[in-house]
Design a protein around this ligand. Structure first.
Ligand code: SAH
Length: 553
């Protein structure tokens, strides 16, 4: 189950996808639908409605103790997605704690939301249905699970949504309503023709719905608009109104509709499971409700916390050590060598820095940039080269003396091997291209190897938080004000923390934003430093060795 990392954090399948082999050994009916893949793994063909149904019934039995029946000609729910929605409703109403009342609009033959909500949280449900077959099955499923005390299934006319279902009960305030509306406007849409992207691959699972279940006049957009209009009359009769959406493009017009109608509290989310994405919208007329942050905001916060980084692989480090030893670095530890080279670049750029406490085998510098000296770097280098051709070479220490650094010079010995190799990945920008990659994580980044990269970043950002706190509390004042530099009190462009970390045998360089005018400036400086380290390999390039440098954010 790819992308399960982005399931709701409480979804039981998030870190533990169903064990098909175990389930097959325990449930003979399910075993019939389990095949063995070419690599010997047990697999289920999600294009076969019988297999989907067998999996759903088996999971409901195994994990929730529920016995249900669903006709093949009606929508067969998938359990991980339904759980994602239930957990989001819990977030909306803080519903794990006490008895809550909800309405499931269009409960389907399975009656899955009420059965899960009642089993997991003891919620009371009013479940509505228009379709005769669905209604009969839903009632039966409630009865055979002894849930009639908690779940009331009612048959409603097609034209109605919430208003009629609530006509009789004028007193009760419901905590929420949920709805998995018919998604499609017509048969063509149901078959995927005219979907939002004609190049999208065909769905990986079968669409098992009957006509009334998956199609509604005007599709889900009109269906949800009707719920919105009912909610405008019912207002505080429900604390939260919510709806799942099959198409992302439905979200914006519905949010706009809620805005136009002046609905005070609106939020949305996305449900990720396998390769299927769904969205959900919720709104409330209460001022005191908890409004969970939408995922885009969460992502923005994560993005703000995520450092910029690049990796210097082991193969290229020896060459860097040689360059570092030429600067006077005597340590053979790669982190020290890279730090010495970075200090030299920062010094040349007149970026102030000071060492701050950090973990063993790491280096951490607090940077304060007061002027943008890196943007014209190429121009400046040309000028320097010209001067070098014309005047005798200045001693190395001269540039260091001119700068406002408080860092002590490195003291240990550097290893001087020359046959190191540095490669450059194909996606990589060349050393002279300007920007570090954008910070927005891609959807796929949530799975597989990329995850390791992201979790690494999280770990080190925690370390940086600690370093930062320690650094700032021990020193008490920002480094710009403590620096021996005459520039000390000048306004700064930005401040950041530069961490140099040994990761296995590679060296990871990270930049964590602290404060300042514009994060793009840190991005530019990061690119400049990365390119400077790459340029140190230029002699190799000339002898056709590969360059390798991975950059990530
Ligand atoms: N909740 C189930 C079924 C969703 S399919 C699940 O998640 O699996 C949508 C369901 O809404 C169908 O069963 C369909 O018959 C029902 N439906 C369609 N229009 C309705 C309406 N106006 N009121 C109540 N149910 C409706």
């Amino acid at each position: 189950m790819a992308l399960n990392k982005s399931m709701h954090p409480r979804n039981r399948y998030k870190d533990k996808p169903p064990d098909f082999a175990y389930l097959a050994s325990k449930y003979p009916e399910f075993q019939q639908h389990v095949q063995t893949s070419l690599v010997g793994r047990p697999v289920v063909n999600f294009k076969e409605p019988e297999a989907v149904r067998a999996l759903t019934c088996t999971l409901l039995k195994e994990d929730f103790g529920l016995t249900i029946e669903i006709p093949l000609e009606r929508l067969i729910p998938t359990v991980p997605l339904r759980l994602n929605y239930i957990h989001w409703v819990e977030d909306l109403i803080d519903g794990q704690k006490q008895l809550r009342r909800g309405i499931d609009i269009g409960t389907g033959a399975s009656c899955i939301y009420p059965l899960l909500g009642a089993t997991m949280n003891g919620w009371y449900f009013l479940a509505t249905e228009v379709d005769d077959i669905c209604f009969d099955y839903a009632k039966k499923n409630v009865e055979q699970n002894n849930m009639s005390d908690l779940i009331k299934v009612v048959k409603v006319p097609q034209k109605t949504l919430l208003m009629d279902a609530l006509k009789e009960e004028t007193e009760i305030v419901y905590d929420f309503c949920m709805c998995n509306p018919p998604f499609f406007a017509n048969q063509m849409e149901a078959k995927g023709v005219n979907s939002r992207n004609s190049r999208r691959p065909p769905p990986s699972s079968v669409n098992t719905g009957g006509v009334t279940e998956i199609m509604a006049e005007g599709g889900e957009l009109e269906f949800v608009k009707r719920i919105i209009h009912d909610s405008l009359q019912l207002k505080k009769r429900l604390r939260w109104y919510s709806c799942m959406l099959g198409k992302k493009c439905s979200l914006a017009p519905l949010k706009e509709e809620l805005r136009k109608q002046g609905v005070p509290k609106v939020t949305y989310t996305e449900f990720c499971q396998g390769r299927t994405m769904r969205w959900a919208l919720a709104w409330s007329f209460y001022d005191d409700v908890i409004v969970p942050s939408p995922p885009s905001k969460k992502r923005k916060l994560e993005k703000a916390r995520k450092p910029l980084s690049f990796t210097l692989p082991e193969a290229g480090l020896k060459e860097l050590q040689i360059k570092a030893s030429a600067l006077g670095c005597t340590s053979s530890f790669p982190v020290d060598g890279v730090t010495a080279l970075l200090e030299k670049s920062l010094t040349d750029l007149r970026v102030m820095f000071k060492h701050i406490p950090c973990r063993k085998q790491e280096q951490s510098l607090f940077l304060t940039a007061v002027e943008n000296t890196w943007i014209h770097g190429r121009q400046r280098r040309r000028e320097q080269n010209r001067q070098l051709r014309e005047v005798p070479r200045a001693p190395q220490s001269a540039s260091l003396q001119n700068t406002a650094v408080t860092a002590p010079p490195s003291t240990s010995v550097c290893d001087a091997q020359t046959n190191a190799q540095v490669e450059c990945s194909s996606e990589q920008q060349g050393p002279h291209e300007p920007a570090v990659k954008s910070e927005e994580p891609k959807e796929q980044k949530e799975a597989g190897a990329d995850n390791m990269e992201m979790s690494t970043s999280t770990d080190t950002s925690i370390a940086t938080d600690t370093c930062l706190k320690e650094g700032l509390t021990t020193e008490n004042k920002p480094p710009s004000q403590q620096s021996s530099s005459a520039d000390g009190n000048r306004p700064f462009l930005f401040k950041c923390v530069l961490n140099i970390i040994l990761e296995e045998k590679d060296v990871l360089v990270e930049m964590h934003w602290v404060e300042g005018q514009n994060k793009d400036l840190m991005n530019q400086l990061c690119t400049f430093l990365r390119n400077t380290l790459l340029r140190l390999h230029i002699s190799w390039l000339n002898v056709n060795l590969n360059i390798f440098c991975e950059i990530s954010t």
